[in-house]
Write a protein that binds this ligand. Structure first.
Ligand code: TXA
Ligand code: MG
Length: 353
């Protein structure tokens, strides 16, 4: 299939340019589009044949459900059973934006979208292109991240082209994603509000609105067993993996010189025969004895670090390293999401010092 790439660089032409991808979606085709978090691979959520194509293009396991993207609350009421005042409060505070909420679903949502679950995950993105596209398509859009399953999520159009060119009708180039990590997933489908995937909207922020908020215990366990009954099916799959093997060097509190020493030691000993890359921060960049270093930025700016994480993992693939040694971060605020993605990309291979 030939993939049409549409570049958007002028607000005033939005409507006209997005008519074509909106029609592709209405006709049951696939469109990759930017959101504020990562690029999504979209299809009409109410069309089972279209949804099947998403699973095929990504090589995604059928029991890993998709997020439905909407542009107005009327659509939410069409796809979900009644929800309470707490959900309304959370929606009014955090939508549109990088927060996905799990609701009880109505029958109109096909089983293939939710992997047979009786719940559905919904998000109203804030990205202008995404919002307009969904509105023009006039249907909820199911969209996982626009990467081949298991690879780091795409934060710019080149990542999408690398993974999905020839597999989708259209890719919309809307520049770099501003958040760079997938949305927070919050389960409000029962009376135990729970974070299933950490993201840009943090536990601390949500806790201000939801006093009895919990974090899924699976996120605290480092090893997830395939047989476990998981709250979110996506938890059990390997994720975000570059071609190289990733190892995290974790220190007791925030990362410090003990960690730097360990990384330099590993480069000289255990990994002496490998082409090693160090995924680090400005704070320690000059201290590593290594040719391939990528800094995620300053530790004072964790949002920027989150934003560069997937981009940098893919960058190491371009350089062609065998091993990536990564600094750790404290698991609080957005650090929880950074460590969650980093641990998954490392397949939980961690050196504790
Ligand atoms: O930021 C994002 O959320 C991006 C952009 C494109 O919106 N999308 C995204 O989709 O990250 P995906 O498919 O890569 O991740 C969806 C996650 C998976 O971990 C999945 O298991 C979980 O959401 N999920 C979806 N429906 C669910 C449900 N009904 N119950 C529990 N977890 C669900
Ligand atoms: Mg994904």
């Amino acid at each position: 299939m030939e993939t049409k790439i549409i570049k958007i660089n002028n607000d005033s032409f939005f409507n006209k340019i997005l008519n074509y991808p909106a029609k592709v979606l209405k006709d049951g085709g696939l469109v990759a589009f930017p959101t504020e978090t990562v690029y999504g691979l979209g299809a009409d959520a109410l069309n089972s044949d279209a949804i099947k194509k998403i699973f095929e293009a990504k090589g995604r396991p059928a029991d890993n459900p998709l997020i439905l993207h909407i542009s107005d609350i009327e659509t939410l009421d069409k796809i979900t059973k009644e929800y309470g005042g707490l959900a309304k409060k959370v929606i009014s505070k955090f939508w549109p934006g990088p927060l996905t909420i799990v609701f009880r679903k109505k029958d109109i949502v096909p089983d293939i979208v939710t992997g047979g679950l009786d719940t559905v995950a919904v998000r109203m993105p804030s990205n202008k292109i995404a919002k307009k596209l969904i509105k023009l398509a006039d249907t909820p859009i199911a969209a996982p991240s626009a990467n081949i399953s298991g690879r780091p999520s795409p934060t710019n159009v080149n990542h999408v082209i690398d993974d999905l060119s020839g597999e989708v009708e259209c890719i919309i180039d809307g520049g770099e994603c501003s958040v760079g990590l997938e949305s927070t997933v919050l389960d409000l489908s029962n009376d135990e509000p729970m974070i299933l995937r950490p993201g840009k909207i943090t536990f601390e922020q949500l806790k201000e609105v939801i006093s009895d908020l919990k974090i899924a215990k699976e996120l605290k366990n480092e090893d997830i067993d395939e047989g476990m009954d998981l709250k979110s099916p996506g938890m059990k799959y390997t994720h975000y993996s570059p071609n190289a093997d990733v190892f995290i060097i974790e220190t007791k509190d925030d990362f410090d010189q003990t960690g730097v020493k360990e990384i330099n030691k590993l480069i000289k000993t255990k990994f002496a025969d490998y082409n090693v890359g160090v995924l680090c921060t400005d704070d320690f960049y000059d201290d590593y004895q290594c040719d391939n270093k990528i800094s995620l930025g300053s530790r004072d700016k964790l949002d920027k670090i989150a934003n560069k994480l997937f981009f940098s993992l893919r960058k190491f693939d371009e350089i062609g390293v065998d091993i990536i040694l990564a600094e750790s971060f404290a698991s609080k605020e957005i650090g929880l999401a950074i460590m969650n993605r980093l641990k998954k990309s490392a397949g939980f291979k961690i050196f504790k010092v």
